[in-house]
Design a protein around this ligand. Sequence first.
Ligand code: F6R
Length: 367
Amino acid sequence: EKDGFDHYMLKEIYEQPRAYRETLQNRIDHENNKVDLSKEISLTPEEIRSLDKIHIVACGTAYHAGLVGKYVIENLVRVPVEVDVASEYRYRNPIITDKTLVMVISQSGETADTLAALREAQKRDAKVLAITNVNGSSVARDADEVLLTHAGPEIAVASTKAYTSQLIAIYLLGLYLAQIRGTQEDTVIANYLQAIKELPAQADKLLEFAPTMKQFAERYAHYEDLFFIGRSLDYAVSLEGSLKLKEISYVHSEAYPAGELKHGTLALITDGVPVIALATQEDIYDKMVSNIKEVKARDAYVLGIGLEGDQELAKSVDEVIAIPKTLPLLTPALSVIPLQLLAYYAALARGNDVDKPRNLAKSVTVE
Ligand code: F6R
């Protein structure tokens, strides 16, 4: 069943290019360069145009996909997006009207808090759109609208291909909403679609970094703490990288918005502390490099994740992983892959049960 892989997690990491392709399938009108979700989503153009805010609600890794979703939707659709952890959202008396779209994201579709948040939102008249990997799950049945990810069954407790497939679904949804609300030019939509279609092959190429990440993981898996830093989307991806590492390797790690470092965390950066620095976002690249210099000045060991063709980054870090170039909003679907590999190899180096980490269940059906 593991197709020759030692663990389900590694198999599922390698299945990502296929999961991207399947999640994209039948949803792009290639002739007209448009996203077409009209067969799956029944929200009318009037309803879509009347939305005045979006709430994204989820747990764990799916919440991290939601954080990427905020950037994607706000940028493409120009509608304000709030992202909440489901167990917080349902108790915070959120402001919901019939113009609010609540998006819940859940791989399993059975997460108790996510399901409860969905019901709470419906009670308050919001339309609920679910992104889930399991057709017929509780979330899929109860939601008003369902956009399925087609990642295939995810067996490993640590979520990998489900997360990246959620990103693909979010990109499609963001473009679809933008088309209907007229917030992006046709040429911009066409550019995005072109770039999205390249993601599976680019993801495939990134898997070649497995030996590099293995080497890094073996060298640093015995450390007590590790830091992930990034800005904007790179920060959202950092959070996911950090969760993955904690979850299966049990190495403590923290993800930090790089600009916040000097407001406290820098105290923990000392000689040899490993720092993974993501610098894929061109608009804040210079600021990110100066944050990297701050940690280097404290003698951290820095693994930089940058874009192919970036000659600068290598000068400020100890090692570089180069992500194939894509549009800035799409980089999370690529930059997370080396972080998944890092978590996997760190868990392996520490002799942990990769597919069934301690204290965790695949689907959390208790509150
Ligand atoms: C992390 C992980 C969990 C889940 C979370 C939500 O690798 O798997 O954080 O993402 O429990 O699960 P779903 O998406 O099934 O609602």
